[in-house]
Design a protein around this ligand. Sequence first.
Ligand SMILES: Cc1cc2nc3c(=O)[nH]c(=O)nc-3n(C[C@H](O)[C@H](O)[C@H](O)COP(=O)(O)O)c2cc1C
Length: 401
Amino acid sequence: MHCVQQVTPQIVWVGGNDRRLERFENMFPLPNGVVYNSYVILDEKTALLDTVDSAISALYLENIEHVLQGRNLDYLVINHMEPDHCANIGELTRRYPDVKIVGNKKTFQFMEQFYSFDKRENYLEVKEGDTIKLGKHTLRFIFAPMVHWPEVMFTYEESEGILFSADAFGSFGALSGNIFSDQTDFDSAYLAESRRYYANIVGKYGAQVQAVLKKAAALDLRMICPLHGPIWRKDLPYILDKYEHWSKYEPEKRGVVLVYASMYGNTENVMNIIANKLAQKGVSDMRMYDVSKTHPSYIIADVWKYSHLVIGSPTYNMGLYYVMESLLHEMAGLQLQNRKVAVVSNHTWASMAGKVMLKIIEDMKNVELIGSPFEIKSSLKESQEAELDKLVEDIYTSVME
Ligand SMILES: Cc1cc2nc3c(=O)[nH]c(=O)nc-3n(C[C@H](O)[C@H](O)[C@H](O)COP(=O)(O)O)c2cc1C
């Protein structure tokens, strides 16, 4: 049976949850599932904003049929051509053969690359700022290239001030009936997953997010309807402020994330001692991760949140321990910036880990090394405590600045 909710008197949420999917993009764990949002506008004309993943097609098509109550579908707006939002375009064009598919030049290029249905006569190509009047509601198209993919656009509904924001303002995590963020305890239920989603999925495109945030600032914005996660109809400045920080690579909080690789526990021991010494000095809310244990997306989310990072790793096959190397390359690939980093390394016969870590962070924009890199040979000795204390003092001073 259908499962829908009213967003406003003439707009209905027709999306659905997937709690079975293990990993988003087959990469990022989904302990709480994911939601695919889609919205129907019922006016003199009807419009559907985006579709959903094939995993929930059956329910989705039932939802649309129920909401339209026998009416025709006039417009299908494609804000984002990623398959988790596009699996039903072909079926919808079969059910509503006259539907106008609204997209930009790239949307249609990608549509033809991904799918083989040929519906060119249904295309309605829009340009930045174009509008479509549905009756009381008017859709305006705002291009948001590379706010995930190059064809991405936002649709702004003028009469109710609603921004349909594609993957921006999205979150991992299914919805538990409460489709609005103000109906949830957002900070405990979704904030961490929103940050993890942002940092890992959109993180690389901070400049592009900044550009579209500037366009959004000129709008009378009363609601944000993303393709994943809860809808924002209250406290918009709260999530806009988070996006401001995340997209400028500005930490939300002064604090320390400690990340280590360790096979026999000796590098881990140094990291624990550093954390203990920092705690004794008064540094609170530290986070520590073993790269081999925690999925990188969680570590990256916390690195996005906090200002300081301590990385520690042994040398491995005349290079950096592979899992640490992969994590650091991922951070660099996501364009992490504006952080302070301390480096701890370990080797038994020929040192390389420290050099590789330094090289990777040296290439990151505005990432500053704290103190001197600290190196142990196999295990930490009492004779190195003064040197370690100096590094701890440097980290502490930097955090407290
Ligand atoms: C497969 C393998 C390759 C290693 N390669 C190197 C190396 O190239 N150079 C080196 O000095 N130590 C190398 N080591 C040794 C570790 O870096 C060293 O023992 C380190 O102290 C381990 O730190 P941990 O106690 O935190 O695991 C290697 C160890 C393993 C298991």
